[in-house]
Design a protein around this ligand. Structure first.
Ligand code: GDP
Ligand code: MN
Length: 383
């Protein structure tokens, strides 16, 4: 789950990472009130979950209430790379001497946490990675050992961060690591991390992505998920507790198990089609879950065929079949189903489907994953 900048900064603050005081505003009047409270000059910042807001004109300095009024009016409603600005963050403006970059992510291949640090911050880090890769220091952190101040300081020295910023940067790196691990983030990024003329180091931007799998131990995340940016289909799937990711293709996918669901996307792609979504109904799914899954897929206007790929282990064929029959009795599906049903009680499942008398233009059964993928893609008409 991605956070907005202001939420990310509030999250940082809980771990002691210094950020500028400020407040959110959804209207021009609120923006002025927040600026008055923060103290001038302020920065008016568009809250959208996309980078490069500065370049797009979504971040403006304001010296007085009139300037806040002008900028807030311009930025609210602005479109930044397809995201409409509905909220602003107004914060006390900082004097900037230098801009750095710092982030923690998980390096799955190395099975370690990865610190990336650069004295060349402010701009998109992808750009630095291309034009000046040596300017980014990468350091693996073993999760068992954690990150010491000494190690963090050495990384800052390696990144050629100047002497007078070293202690500040090292201290923030340790706190950012704590935020990343104890705070269950997939990503914790500060760009820019700034050095002020006073010598203080400070987070001027925040990009935080929380690991939703850890939500059970963070009741306080409720406030973030309440305003999480999801498309209609994803919102619907979330309400039904389904593991769903919306994609752009025309073949709706339902599979049991994340691995099989990913393979299904690959096979659809391999035979020239494109998946409309990823949807894993999990192990042991019953008829209700299958019906809910079909509901969500049916909501997707681009879907031209629905590929149900089940290899039953603990998921039982007759439950899958009952769910399909149940869904068909409740809603008119926008597209035909192509099913590959194999594994536990597949035969019973096929008998239930046959007995239900579903016409062949609504349901086609295929013996293998590849056959079913070809059929589903043929119906969808390729890409
Ligand atoms: P992004 O463009 O979406 O990454 O938004 P940022 O929050 O990183 O802001 C972009 C740039 O605006 C920063 O790199 C700064 O150069 C500038 N900026 C943001 N806040 C301030 C501030 O308080 N004072 C000054 N002088 N510049 C700022
Ligand atoms: Mn930034």
């Amino acid at each position: 789950m991605d956070l907005f900048e202001y939420q990310g900064k509030q999250y940082f603050a809980r771990f002691g990472i210094p950020v500028s005081p400020g407040g959110v505003a959804d209207t021009v009047d609120e923006a002025v009130a927040q600026a008055d409270a923060a103290g001038y000059p302020v920065v008016v910042k568009a809250q959208v979950q996309v980078g490069g807001r500065g370049k797009a004109g979504g971040i403006k300095l304001a010296n007085d209430a009139d300037e806040v009024r002008l900028h807030a009016g311009n930025i609210l409603g602005m479109d930044i790379k397809g995201h409409t600005v509905e909220r602003l963050w107004i914060e006390n403006a900082s004097d900037i001497e230098e801009e750095y970059y710092a982030s923690f992510t998980l390096d799955r291949a190395a099975k370690q946490h990865l610190l990336m640090l650069s004295a060349e911050g402010g701009v998109e880090i992808e750009e630095v990675a291309v034009t000046n890769p040596d300017a980014i220091v990468k350091l693996h952190v073993n999760p068992v050992d954690g990150l010491s101040v000494e190690t963090a300081r050495q990384a800052a020295i390696d990144a050629k961060i100047p002497e007078r910023a070293l202690d500040g940067v090292a201290s923030i790196l340790v706190k950012l690591y704590d935020c990343f691990t104890a705070g269950d983030c997939d990503l914790a990024e500060i760009n820019p991390l700034i050095l002020k003329p006073t010598g203080e180091v400070h987070a001027l931007d925040a990009k935080v992505s929380l690991d939703s799998n850890a939500a059970f131990r963070h009741p306080e995340w409720e406030e973030y998920s309440a305003i999480e940016v999801l498309d209609d289909r994803e919102r619907m799937a979330k309400d039904r507790d389904l593991q769903y990711i919306g994609l752009d293709g025309t073949v709706g996918i339902i599979a049991n198990g994340a691995g099989l669901a990913m393979s299904t996307l690959d096979v659809v792609n391999q035979v020239g089609g494109s998946a409309a979504n990823f949807l894993d109904i999990g192990g042991g799914a019953n008829a209700d879950v299958m019906a809910a899954a079909l509901d969500v897929i049916n909501h997707d206007e681009k879907v031209k065929s629905i590929f149900i790929n089940i290899f039953g282990g603990i998921t039982r064929g007759e439950e899958v079949a009952k769910g399909i029959v149940e869904a068909l009795s409740r809603v008119a599906l926008r597209a035909p189903i192509v099913i590959r049903l194999d594994g536990t009680n597949a035969e019973e499942g096929r008998e239930i489907l046959a007995a239900a008398g579903i016409p062949p233009e609504q349901l086609i059964s295929k013996p293998t994953m590849l056959d079913a993928a070809r059929e589903a893609v043929a119906i969808a008409g390729g890409n």
